[in-house]
Design a protein around this ligand. Structure first.
Ligand code: 5GP
Ligand code: MN
Length: 336
């Protein structure tokens, strides 16, 4: 769905543009942001990507990453850029709170806000929104924004293609999830034609771990997994001591929750991580089990039907107990 189309003419002249995305950006958040960044820059705009936090090590090769501004490291510069921006892109989020410390700055900014996103229940803060909850990734929407909405298909360089490929690949679990339609594969084919080196991207993202990350995975599989057979549910609960012991950094817990879901018969999987200031949780499910409803109703979060997240300020044990206590409500759907 495209709303506020008449604002598109803003891009006809060079503009001061800031691209923002959600806190702790994943492959789709950073990939779509940098894909759009390269495109806008080539069109003559002054563009900066401002992040609320660092990005994971497995993305520390993606074209344009060295240009990214990380708010906690360059506070004054970021504030000035947001204040002076004529246009702020809001990518891979549709609730301003997901930008964490950037939220008040974006709220205060007077530039137009353009949202490109695929999450459910978007807030109404943008002058232009290009939104589709069926899209596999925001990077997919960034692609069709450039090629269909702005009719600029020939502008896809190998850098743009690499960034967008990374976003779609990571958000679809390497083209495994239900969201991976034929249309997604067509886009992926176009991105490869435009110069995305698919095999290299897979290698860079998935074969870039450290020994301690692998040790951490082994530790979690052996010590932190809880299977609740009655409800076809499995979860990992990771304490802050566990994180410290393995020097776990941003992104190291990524994908862990899928191991819980890989057990035969398990239909709902959870990952609960004590990030000190908050317990962060990730839920994954199969079929119609609504992770997003659970996260929204009980854990101050949301997301997609089969992949959602949330947080809580209670203790790790309390959050896990709370999660277990809501399973009976979903018993029918979990065991059918
Ligand atoms: P992850 O479990 O990988 O952190 O997040 C999976 C999905 O859940 C994200 O793509 C995002 O849609 C959603 N999500 C994660 N954390 C939050 C949160 O705190 N609030 C909301 N509304 N959605 C979240
Ligand atoms: Mn996404």
């Amino acid at each position: 769905m495209l709303k506020g189309e008449n604002n598109l003419q803003l891009l006809d002249q060079p503009k001061r543009i800031v691209i923002t995305t959600h806190h702790k950006p994943d492959g789709d958040a950073l990939g779509s942001s940098l894909g759009l960044y390269h495109w806008l820059k080539a069109k003559g705009h002054h563009v900066e990507v401002v992040l609320s936090s660092d990005f994971p090590d497995f993305l520390d090769w993606i074209p344009g990453r060295e240009d990214v501004i990380i708010y906690p490291k360059e506070q004054e510069k970021s504030e000035k850029l947001l204040q002076e921006a004529e246009l702020i892109f809001c990518l891979d989020y549709s609730a301003l709170s997901r930008t964490n410390i950037l939220e008040p700055l974006i709220q205060k900014a007077t530039g137009q806000k353009w949202m490109i996103d695929h999450h459910l229940d978007p807030e109404d803060f943008a002058q232009l929104s290009y939104w589709d909850s069926n899209a596999a990734a925001t990077a997919q929407l960034a692609y069709t924004f450039i090629t269909e909405v702005c009719k600029d298909a020939t502008a896809i360089t190998h850098e743009i293609a690499t960034c967008l490929y990374t976003g779609i690949m990571t958000d679809t679990g390497s083209f495994r999830f239900r969201s991976t339609t034929a249309a997604v594969h067509h886009i992926i084919a176009s991105l490869i034609e435009a110069g995305a080196r698919n095999w290299e991207i897979h290698e860079k993202v998935y074969n870039s771990g450290t020994e301690s990350r692998l040790n951490f995975l082994g530790y979690c599989l052996l010590n932190c997994l809880v299977v609740i057979e009655e409800y076809n549910t499995a979860l990992f609960a990771i304490s802050k001591e566990d994180l410290a012991k393995f020097k776990v950094s941003t992104g190291d817990t990524e994908g862990l929750v899928n191991y819980a879901l890989s057990i035969k018969g398990i239909r709902l999987a959870g990952l609960f991580v004590d990030r000190t200031e908050l317990i962060k949780l990730s839920l994954r499910s199969t079929g119609d089990i609504p992770c997003n409803e659970i996260c929204k109703k009980y854990f101050n979060g949301g997301g997609h039907l089969n992949a959602s997240g949330g947080s809580s300020s209670a203790s790790l044990a309390e959050v896990v107990e709370k999660f277990k206590s809501i399973l009976p409500e979903y018993k029918e759907i979990l065991t059918k």
